[in-house]
Design a protein around this ligand. Structure first.
Ligand code: SAM
Length: 272
């Protein structure tokens, strides 16, 4: 496990994922029934953008720091949380801030240092369970939840060559275990071919009602660069698609660098 999220926290792809995550959870919470959230690859929970890792890559400069300087109505639910939470929040802290009293969060993290940081962050929090365990194994063990409604964020580091195939297979398996669950899976867009193959695998797996929300900074031609990122959403809540487009548009307007091939696109991967 070489990937450490501290080097990438606050970059354009992290902000895209988090702004959409906040919108997804808010959409689910429009109904009163309690929600269970599973964050399978949770990271450390929060990040100091002044620490050595973040300063070395400077990725937050063209991500969250730019957004905080140039707010937009569509991004306000997300940016208000970032401002309120102090250190730059990762997905578990954003979700925790939105939980209602009967909602619950379970976080899994395999790196021992990040799992320990998460445990410290949520010590004595009765609404949050932290698991130092493998995400893929936890998907089988922790689903379905006793709450009937749930959101599962799957945010792997994409270090392994077969991560796209593994993600497609895991989504198919867990959707069978928890058919009413909403699943959100993050993926990098470096070049087109692996993303196309992933979306085709998802479509051919028989999964229904699937959207892909993608932000592209440029034509994805260089496999050595992160040219964009996507969030695949299975069973999106009512209205999510309409709410996600202005979020992506506002992100592109602020984070785009006017390169050829940039875009903010939501595509339907599989019909309901
Ligand atoms: C992209 S980061 C997560 C960022 C976090 N979701 C956020 O948005 O703030 C991926 C995390 O997955 C962890 N990880 C890698 N392989 C894992 C596995 N098999 N099970 C659980 N966690 C894993 C890494 O240590 C890393 O912290």
């Amino acid at each position: 496990m070489n990937y450490r999220h501290a080097f990438h926290a606050g970059n354009f792809a992290d902000c895209t994922k988090h702004a959409l995550l906040v919108a997804l959870l808010a959409a689910l919470q429009r109904k009163l029934a309690p929600v269970f959230v599973l964050d399978t690859h949770a990271g450390a929970g929060r990040y100091d953008l002044e620490d050595i890792a973040a300063r070395r890559t400077q990725e937050a400069q063209s991500g969250i720091l730019r957004l905080l300087d140039s707010p937009a109505a569509a991004l306000e639910p997300y940016l208000a949380l970032v401002r309120a939470l102090g250190l730059y929040p990762g997905s578990p802290l954003l979700v925790r801030a939105l939980l209602r009293p009967d909602d619950r969060l379970a976080c899994c993290e395999l790196h021992p240092d990040d799992a320990a940081a998460l445990r410290r962050l949520f010590a004595r929090d009765p609404q949050v369970a932290v698991h130092h365990r493998d995400a893929w194994e936890a998907l089988g063990a922790l689903l379905p939840p006793k709450q009937k409604r749930g959101l599962v964020l799957i945010d792997p580091p994409f270090e392994a060559a077969d991560e796209f195939a593994r993600l497609a297979a895991a989504l198919t398996a867990v959707q069978r275990r928890f058919p009413q669950g909403v699943f959100a899976a993050w993926y990098p867009i470096k070049h087109r071919a692996p993303v196309r193959a992933f979306l085709t695998a998802v479509r051919e797996s028989g999964l229904r009602d699937v959207l892909a929300a993608e932000l592209l900074l440029r034509e994805p031609l260089d496999p050595a660069r992160l040219n964009g990122s996507g969030l695949l959403v299975v069973n999106p809540p009512y209205c999510f698609e309409a709410e996600a487009q202005p979020i992506l548009d506002a992100l592109l307007e602020r984070l785009g660098i006017r390169e050829a091939g940039e875009g903010a696109v939501i595509t339907r991967v599989a019909d309901e």
